[in-house]
Ligand binder design. Structure first.
Ligand code: PLP
Length: 392
């Protein structure tokens, strides 16, 4: 048989992180590579009670097909949560998806033709790069600074090119760990205000803030131009694969067609359990526990970096989320650091997969949410030894 594969799939590589995670399955390796929430914080007992209650009260109905838009009460809960934060969203404008990852796919199906131009952050979340690549879009990466994206470059690109989408993670970015300042958000909003560019504002970490003040969402600043993505993965549990898209009615109408074509609807039983859990428990208390734990883990990692990394190494100091981004001195290959680090039984993700057109970039992503504090200290010390020996 000849080449049976579509051009669409042939051009897209496998997720590099999934490949790395295979390497780190060895339990003796301390891994800062994953992007996993801390399993010790999953609300196991509460979920068990919620699942039983759903089965006891709704019985066979929860095993039936359901609506493509998602469980109405869950959509209403999400709208009310936004309202409590000053963001006005009608439940009708919320589509429940199989994680925000499916949100990218539905948006790709709905909005992207081959060759359409997308601005992404550099470095960018590789799950989004992978999905948008399948739709054969043309990427325009804009470097991240400590305060957001470089708005001079944004101005230049949006003046010269017809940009369809701008995909961004303004809060506690994955992988950069940075957040856009209010000023950066305002400039971006004013640059895109009367343009046809749609902002895809991906906010899976927004609730996980342990420092600083909440910043306005693009959905508040320019709602007409913004599609907002959210997820329960980081505040309840990722295995449910439940997230959502907030979009204006004309986009929603097409997204529902794409959703039906993809999977009819998101797992209904899962939606009911999540709703029951949210209804019967205090989610703010739960989120506060996660914030405290991650904030502490982040502090421990930063202290250990200060103590153990060579001075030339730079790193971000996230105000929330799960990742910290390290920039090595020019000329030091993060891939080579990775090879040596694995020998010392410590792993991270080298920067390359977060870029669309660069190789051997001297950057690396460290995850602090899924490793306990003592292990963070040991792992960072080992990594410091590798870096010192490579720099000497
Ligand atoms: C920035 C970003 N967007 C989206 C996702 C996918 O999340 P979900 O589990 O909701 O599909 C992740 C997962 O790590 C992420 O980091």
């Amino acid at each position: 048989m000849g080449n049976i594969f579509s051009d669409r799939i042939s051009d897209v590589p496998r997720s590099f992180i999934r490949e790395i995670l295979k390497l780190t399955a060895d339990e003796s390796i301390i891994s800062f590579a994953g992007g996993l929430p801390n399993r010790d914080l999953f609300p196991l007992d509460e979920i068990k009670k919620a699942a039983n209650k759903v089965l006891d009260t709704a019985g066979r109905d929860v095993l039936q097909y359901s609506t493509s838009e998602g469980y109405w009460k869950l959509r209403k809960w999400i709208a009310e949560r936004y309202e409590s934060k000053g963001i006005i969203v009608a439940p009708e404008n919320i589509l429940i998806t199989s994680g925000s990852q499916q949100g990218f796919d539905l948006l790709g199906k709905t909005l992207l033709n081959e060759g359409d131009k997308i601005i992404i952050e550099e470095p960018a979340y590789l799950g989004a790069i992978q999905t948008f690549s399948i739709y054969r879009s043309k990427f325009f990466p804009i470097p991240l600074t400590m305060n957001g994206i470089d708005t001079d470059i944004l101005k230049k690109i949006t003046t010269e090119e017809n940009i369809k989408l701008f995909y961004c993670v303004p809060n506690f970015q994955n992988p950069g760990g940075i957040s856009y300042s209010i000023n950066n958000r305002n400039i971006i909003a004013s640059l895109l205000k009367n343009k046809d560019t749609l902002i895809i504002e991906d906010n899976p970490y927004g609730e996980l803030r342990f420092l600083g003040e909440e910043k306005p969402s693009f959905y508040q600043l320019i709602p007409e131009n913004t599609v907002l993505l959210g997820s329960f993965s980081k505040i309840v549990a990722p295995s449910f694969r439940i997230g959502w898209i907030v979009a204006k009615p004309e986009i929603m109408e097409k997204l529902i067609i794409a959703k039906q074509a993809s999977d009819l609807h998101t797992n209904y039983f899962g939606q009911r359990i999540i709703f029951q859990y949210l209804n019967d428990n205090n989610i703010d208390e739960h989120i506060s526990k996660i914030r405290q734990a991650y904030g502490k883990q982040r502090d421990v990692m930063i202290d250990a970096i200060r103590e153990n990394f060579p001075e030339e190494v730079q790193y971000t100091q996230p105000e929330g989320g799960m990742f910290l981004w390290v920039t090595l001195p020019e000329g030091l290959s993060a891939m080579e650091v990775f090879q040596q680090a694995i020998e010392k039984k410590v792993a991270f993700v080298p920067g390359d997969p977060f870029y669309v057109n660069k190789k051997d970039v001297p950057t690396m992503r460290l995850n602090f949410s899924s490793v306990d504090e003592d292990t963070i200290r040991i792992g960072i010390k080992r990594l410091g030894e590798v870096l010192k020996s490579m720099l000497s």
